[in-house]
Design a protein around this ligand. Structure first.
Ligand code: MTE
Length: 297
């Protein structure tokens, strides 16, 4: 009932001015529109999933391993006050509030495909800032080559942590040039509303050309480092989950194909749809020039 209004929203309703402004600025600057998802959305073939879909089918192992566990269990997560430690190879290390970290930066809506390594997908209208803008604010030192992220740990409200379903805190990482790509986002909202706890409140990473597990939730630490940082799923099983984890229909997971995916919300008889290289975000391809993506999976 509470979320009913989202079903009747149109793009015009949910798209803040900043989105259009940003688009216009890019076009005015003579650049190619870099956000394939946004361009496609406007032609209608990237219809966002409903708020209900997005907030009831989740992966967030701190709250359990079932898809509905996060929506049932994440209600008691304390998301305010919130502090994010920025450390490592930065000019301005310290403990940042969310406002210190993103206040004054351009808040945008980005309608992105979201593709989980488990071969399901959604389309999510995120609100957030470019990760690159935040990295510029904290001042990355020249020796830094990777960014490492860490999720909050609140065992008292996280049943999955108490049951040690996997090692916590959840950690993830990106190469610095990936993190600086304009598609990489720090999201604080969906559909113009603050993130639901199960969606990674109050602030999470969104990297739309990579499998969803790279998009780490509820971040409390951003570290700039010289060496490739450890990441949760790679630590658990490096044969199944690589550091890069770019969406790639040609590289199967050892236990299932990645050639197709099931769109959440498509109904019981929805056809599998073809998975797109880089989840459709071809503009990131040059980040991987000269790399064998079968080896660096
Ligand atoms: N972040 C944390 N802290 N814990 C998790 O278990 N799961 C990852 C990622 N980020 C996860 C996480 C996985 S596997 C996916 S597919 C996405 O979050 C799911 O995001 P969603 O629930 O918002 O769709």
């Amino acid at each position: 009932m509470a979320h009913r209004w989202t079903n009747t929203l149109t793009h015009a309703d949910v798209t803040p001015k900043a989105h259009w402004l940003n688009r216009r600025q890019i076009i005015a600057a003579g650049g190619v529109l870099p956000f394939a998802g946004m361009a496609k959305a406007e032609t209608g073939d990237l219809e966002p999933n409903s708020w209900d879909d997005i907030t009831s089918y989740n992966n967030y192992y701190e709250f359990g391993t079932g898809k509905s566990d996060p929506s049932k269990n994440a209600g008691d997560l304390v998301t305010s006050p919130w502090s994010i430690k920025v450390d490592g190879l930065v000019d301005n290390p310290g403990d940042y509030t969310i406002d210190d970290l993103i206040g004054g930066l351009t808040l945008e809506e980005r309608i992105y495909r979201f593709r989980c390594v488990e071969a399901w997908s959604m389309v999510v209208p995120w609100n957030g800032v470019e990760l690159a803008d935040v990295l510029a604010r904290v001042g990355v030192k020249p020796e830094a080559r990777y960014v490492a992220f860490e999720t909050v740990l609140q065992p008292e409200v996280m049943p999955g942590v108490r049951h040690r379903v996997i090692p916590f805190p959840y950690v993830e990482g990106l190469r610095l040039d990936e993190a600086n790509h304009p598609l990489a986002l720090l999201a604080t909202g969906i559909y113009g509303r603050p993130l639901a706890n199960q969606s990674g409140a109050p602030i999470r990473v969104v990297v739309p050309w990579k499998y969803g597990f790279k998009s780490i939730k509820a971040i409390v630490r951003i570290s700039l480092v010289a060496e490739m940082p450890p990441t949760t799923w790679n630590n658990l099983n490096s044969r199944e989950y690589g550091f890069y984890s770019n969406v790639n229909p040609q590289v199967s997971h050892p236990r299932w194909s990645q050639a197709t995916e099931r769109r959440i919300g498509g109904g019981l008889f929805a056809r599998q749809q073809d998975t797109l290289m880089f989840n459709g975000y071809d503009e990131v391809a040059s980040l991987y020039d000269g790399m064998d993506l079968r080896v660096n999976y």
